[in-house]
Design a protein. Structure first.
Length: 317
């Protein structure tokens, strides 16, 4: 596929905000803080209608949310689109999206978790690279004085404002090596259950090149993670995988954040025992953690000596 890249962000550019999955309203105060922080960074902000909608667990109907996405890509003032938050129902928008419009108006598109749905569909249907990283609520809405928020926002600005490779990814925490080796390929992945929901649909790409597969998920029963990974294995995804990057696997239980990344190690190594690709884990992306920028389908390489990962080409032009 021909990879489309967006143009770089400049100070004073307009950033569009949409809610393509779950509603903003339960997190309205944090959301407003995120909007203020975007403005403090020098950007104008244009909000889509979906950020004001709530229909149970959805930010409006599928067609309403899809219209917001289409409108943001069509709007010549908007240079980047940042999702307010994730959720679980972005998949409802896909049949209503204008992929020809998106293809002729490539823009920075940023978000994580359920936004993996849109990154994957945009790549498959339009060839557009997406940025699996900060959203408005949990990314830009964080305390901007904290080390974690500074780490995430500075990396967002570096990858979106400079048309050059990001290079070696900086570590905020200690990363783990689960299987040694070196590898290179195209960066592909995102939220594990979201990706699985797209298998066997027209929105999942034909992986005709070697990939570096990155994934994260919120904490859940081990057998659930086992099932999803085996599903990917049986579809042949691991046959194209030359390296694997695993983020933090965290979830909230009775107001305590549970990290089960170490529990997952045995499951991952067992399911991938017929493959020799290297694995770096507990990286700085996922839920309840700052997120590294992970640009979809860009050339990357890794070396488990020192647990190093490089992004070898620019996200923007």
């Amino acid at each position: 596929m021909k990879l489309l890249k967006p143009t770089r962000l400049c100070e004073g550019d307009t950033v569009g905000i949409i809610a393509p999955s779950s509603p903003v309203l339960p997190f309205n105060e944090i959301y407003r803080q995120g909007v203020r922080h975007l403005r403090n960074l020098g950007f104008e902000v244009k909000e889509g209608r979906s950020v004001r909608l709530r229909l149970g667990y959805m930010a409006g109907t599928g067609p309403q949310r899809a219209k917001d996405i289409n409108n943001m890509f069509a709007d010549k003032e908007v240079k980047a689109i940042i999702c307010a938050r994730g959720g679980s129902v972005a998949i409802q928008t896909l049949r209503y999206l204008d992929f020809d419009l998106i293809k002729t108006n490539p823009k920075i598109f940023c978000g994580m978790s359920d936004i993996t749905t849109l990154h994957t569909a945009f790549l498959t249907k339009a060839g557009l690279t997406g940025l699996h990283q900060a959203d408005v609520v949990f990314g830009f809405g964080a305390d901007m004085k904290s080390q974690e928020a500074i780490y995430e926002v500075n990396l967002f600005l570096e990858v979106t404002k400079q048309a050059k490779p990001l290079g070696l990814l900086p570590k905020l925490t200690r990363w783990e090596v689960w299987r040694s080796g070196t590898a290179e390929g195209r960066l592909f992945g995102g939220n594990l259950p979201t990706l699985e929901s797209l298998l066997a649909t027209p929105y999942f790409p034909k992986l005709n090149q070697d990939i570096i597969f990155f994934w994260e998920t919120m904490s859940r029963p081990l057998e659930s993670i086992d099932q999803m990974l085996v599903h990917f294995k049986e579809t042949g995804l691991f046959d194209k995988t030359k390296g694997m990057l695993v983020g933090k696997i965290r979830g909230k239980e009775t107001n305590v954040i549970k990290d089960m990344t170490s529990e997952v190690k045995g499951v991952v190594l067992d399911i991938t025992k017929d493959f020799d690709f290297p694995i770096i884990a507990s990286m700085d992306f996922g839920h309840f953690t700052p997120n590294l920028p992970m640009p979809i389908w860009l050339k990357v390489s890794l070396d488990t000596k020192g647990a190093r990962v490089w992004i070898r080409e620019s996200y923007v032009i």
